[in-house]
Design a protein around this ligand. Sequence first.
Ligand code: ASP
Length: 409
Amino acid sequence: MATTRRRFLSASAMLAAGLRGRLRADAPDQKTAIPALKPPTHPVIITRETGDETIRQAYAMLLRGEDTLEAAIHICQGREDDPNDHSVGLGGLPNEDGVVELDACLMHGPTRQAGSVGAVTNIRHAARLARTVMEQTWHVMIVGRGAERFAVDEGFPRENLLTDDARKMWLLWKEHGTGWWGPGLDNPKWKPEAPAGSSPRAALLPRHPAPEQMSMVTGRLRDLYAQADRMGIPARLRHEAAMQVLWPTTGTIHVSALNTKGELSGATTTSGLAWKIPGRLGDSPIIGAGCFTDPEIGSAGATGNGEENIKVCGAHTIVDAMRQGASPREAGMEALRRIARNYNNDMTRLRYLDMIYYILRRDGAYAGVSLWSSRGDGARKTYVVHDGTQRTLEVDYLFEGISQSIHPF
Ligand code: ASP
């Protein structure tokens, strides 16, 4: 055979092999540590309390054979549409400039696709928009002005998401507490108490004060009530506004959904931390932190201090622990222990943090786990499961007690 022809044939063979690709014979075993998980005999949804009908409706969608991600988005959208839910969508609390910025991410098990949006403005349905990123582009994540423009191009209505109530709460915060976002708890220079001689505002104000701290907290609350009255904030909103000023909370909703074919999806949506620095992203738009779904293993998501969850890649850590054989509860505890380890288990800092993980395995096993056991009123923290009946269940937890939440002064 002439040399040129031989070269041509071997080049074509290499090209063909290259196009097809081939797994090398000594490639490590790709199998999971646990035997294939059998799908359950009934669909399962895990999420938080929504106070509406969407969980029941989403379950009916799964029974009808509708897509698991569509069912998860249905629940997210119920919260995004509720102007009285100040943690997500319309009515979400704004950033320090008074602009509502939304974050969301999701994963679709059957196609192994993912989508995410961050700091998106003027678009109510952040979870749906994340799905549109997933389906209409080759990107996974679009943020800020680009996300808004993409949404409008895709037919999403542009609207002002700052409701009158959220605006009033923001105005009260501006009067009282602007401009403190550091140093963070993870900064070696962070101190639990105000340095001597500094403004009383620099002292940490515990959300759930010990008896001797009670007068300090009630004093601050009284000031805020008076200020709210002067600003014309209605009495029905006064307490909530004061609480949001002192301890800016968020809420977020995560949903994981599983059907009887073993198809899994997860979605998380939020307006993030109230009064945040514009452009701040928490864990909710981060695939692997706020949400992670592996169609062979399970799905997990989080609500709580996003910064802490990003540092342990919480949702991915959990799903991966289940891949190694951990139960949903053990897997969740592993992620929580990593958060605690990042603080060398220092309780003076950990008491200001909080995290809940919502965990669903492909065989229908589930768990809700939390860094701290209880809410401020002493009741156990909860999560919601629907697997034929909708139930509110108490979380499993790492630490017994109440998280204090951090406040921004
Ligand atoms: N994880 C959300 C964030 O950090 C907030 C929350 O879930 O409360 O933005």
